[in-house]
Write a protein that binds this ligand. Structure first.
Ligand code: C2E
Ligand code: MG
Ligand code: MG
Ligand code: MG
Length: 282
């Protein structure tokens, strides 16, 4: 039986391996030509103040418009771009595009609030990362406070001493730093005391269904918000999908929400029409 299972496993294993190797090659070539052909686009998802429902900023989320595959989610290609090193070029494109869009909105009198971009560990550790950001925002004459970097726990914890140097340098440029998907990384929390973090984004796994979750899950969310509060870090709840979740989070003391309840990530034009075009308050 073991032998048969082994043979079966083998039979399925080989084509899968080939398929994924081919797919990886296709993804790699695709990212290269996608960058050349401008097939990438940033979509923007609103971040909302829970206290009054006002817009406080947005997260730029990368989208790839592929000729045959249609819209490809970053979940499909970021990993391969990291493995091939293309993430550095891709990340530079994301930074340039977010800065350009921020400048365009501000120039037309629209206030998008803080614009966050996602940065992967490999980008963060690239020796020229901070220099590149510094030069780029200076050339664009953008107020650095407009820009926020979202970093995962695993990205900042990889090499704490090195991280501290990099993050302090970035903070010194005037950007803000958020921990993305907080609570899903490894369990050491000591980095929160040592690194210059501004915001914790609570992963959506803590948020989903929280209004009718078991008391222990609700207690856990309260504890996360209290932990952040005692470090004077505001929290953003990710993956808010219902008004009841938003209400629960607001009562629990969470500062901001992001999720389908407020809006999906939208093209820059659609985001502008939906969230930035209200006439200014008199
Ligand atoms: P993330 O930074 O945690 O982004 C949040 C993801 O959750 C986005 O998926 C967003 O569309 C999705 N989301 C937002 N609201 C809800 C909700 O209410 N319910 C549910 N179920 N999902 C929601 P997306 O755009 O597919 O991005 C996936 C991940 O890819 C991001 O997770 C981020 O880690 C990475 N990523 C996206 N853009 C970039 C980028 O420009 N550079 C890098 N390095 N990574 C990126
Ligand atoms: Mg993010
Ligand atoms: Mg996240
Ligand atoms: Mg998440």
């Amino acid at each position: 039986a073991a032998k048969a299972a082994g043979r079966d496993a083998y039979r399925f294993f080989v084509p899968d391996m080939l398929a994924s190797a081919m797919q990886r090659k296709q993804l790699e070539d695709g990212v290269r030509s996608g960058l050349a052909a401008a097939d990438f686009e940033l979509f923007y998802q609103p971040k909302i103040r829970l206290a009054d429902g006002s817009l406080c900023g947005c997260e730029a989320l990368l989208r790839w418009r592929h000729a045959q595959w249609g819209w490809v989610s970053p979940v499909e290609f970021i990993r391969s771009a990291e493995e091939s090193g293309q993430i550095v070029a891709l990340g530079r494109w994301v930074l340039a595009e977010a800065v350009r869009q921020a400048g365009a909105w501000l120039a037309s009198g629209l206030d998008p609030g803080t614009i966050a971009i996602n940065v992967s560990a490999i980008e963060l550790r690239h020796p020229a990362f901070a220099d590149h950001i510094e030069r780029h925002i200076a050339d664009a004459r953008l107020d650095p406070a407009t820009l926020q970097l979202e970093l995962t726990e695993s990205a900042v914890m990889e090499d704490m001493d090195k991280s501290a140097g990099i993050l302090n340098r970035l903070k010194g440029l005037g950007l803000s730093l958020a921990i993305d998907d907080f609570g899903t990384g490894y369990s050491s929390l000591s980095y929160l005391a040592d690194l210059p973090i501004d915001v914790l984004k609570i992963d959506r796994s803590f948020v989903h269904g929280i209004d009718h979750a078991q008391p222990r899950r609700q207690a856990l969310l309260h504890a996360v918000i209290a932990l952040a509060g005692s470090l004077r870090l505001p929290t953003v709840a990710e993956g808010v999908e219902t008004g009841l979740e938003a209400g629960f989070l607001s009562l629990a003391g969470c500062a901001q929400g992001q999720g389908f309840y407020y809006g999906h990530a939208l093209s820059a034009d659609a985001f502008e029409r939906t969230f930035l075009s209200q006439p200014a308050q008199a």
